[in-house]
Design a binder for this molecule. Structure first.
Ligand code: KIV
Length: 257
């Protein structure tokens, strides 16, 4: 709860940094820079080449989250509830309790608004902190990914859903691919923070998939900016090792028993 309060206090004061991690070693580095570490079900496409996050299982999320837990010390750790694990309120509670107990995370994230409000209400009533996710919802997207907030109907639904989630106690909402002016308005209307992904600078914070921004995962998604080319460093290390092995410069006596 202390970590969630810290996130809430940042609203209108300083930007919130949210980054994904799927394993301990990356989580350790992410933890130094992020306020929120998200074990996103994006791991399905990033690590397993699944065609959609719908294929990610609860066991996969739990196993990766257990590893991430080992690397996260200071940040708030949030775990995505995968597709179909919250189709009813009782199933949502059973699975959220399992995630919280086995991974020792601080909160779970669910995709959707009014359609899943009973599940969200039930989790919060049972003291499970929930992060919301509106706009583009990869778990329910059919076909091509499209931005949200393009017409009056979408704008009304987004604004209503955001208000409903806040009223029911979610502590923050991810806004994915929401049109700039709508994301700006929702951020202004809410007391809780919005975390944008492709939804403009006006959100209270930003999230990106770490593998994408460090250039480990190749993607051409519009909102992804490559902030580093980590593959260059990986290849340098691997090339040096391979050369040293071939030239018998490794292992020297220092590295041998
Ligand atoms: O699955 C994920 O990584 C996410 C973020 C990109 C918001 O939901």
């Amino acid at each position: 709860m202390k970590k969630i309060k810290k996130i809430l206090k940042k609203k209108n004061k300083s930007k919130i940094v949210c980054l994904t991690a799927y394993s301990k070693n990356i989580a350790e580095e992410v933890d130094k820079h992020a306020d929120i570490v998200l074990v996103g079900d994006s791991l399905g496409s990033v690590l397993y080449n699944y065609s959609s996050t719908k294929k990610v299982t609860l066991d996969e999320m739990i196993n990766h989250s257990k590893s991430v837990r080992l690397g996260v010390k200071k940040s708030l750790m949030v775990v995505d509830m995968p597709y179909k694990t919250y189709i009813s309120k009782n199933l949502a509670l059973k699975n959220a309790k399992k995630i919280m107990k086995q991974t020792k995370c601080d909160a779970v994230k669910l995709e959707g608004g009014k359609k899943i409000i009973n599940q969200i209400q039930f989790l919060i009533k049972n003291k499970i902190p929930v992060m919301g996710h509106l706009g583009l919802l990869p778990q329910s997207a059919k076909g091509k990914f499209q931005s949200k907030g393009k017409n009056t109907k979408e704008i009304k639904q987004l604004r209503n859903d955001a208000m409903l989630l806040q009223k029911n106690g979610v502590f923050a909402i991810v806004l994915e691919c929401v049109k700039t002016q709508i994301a700006k308005q929702i951020t202004k209307d809410l007391k809780i923070p919005t975390i944008g992904i492709g939804s403009s600078v006006h959100c209270d914070g930003q999230v990106l998939v770490t593998d994408d921004l460090i250039g480990l995962n190749e993607t051409n998604i519009k909102f992804v900016k490559k902030f580093a080319n980590i593959k260059r460093y990986i290849n340098l290390g691997l090339k040096n090792f391979a050369q040293a092995v071939k030239n018998k410069r490794y292992p020297t006596r220092k590295y041998s028993y």
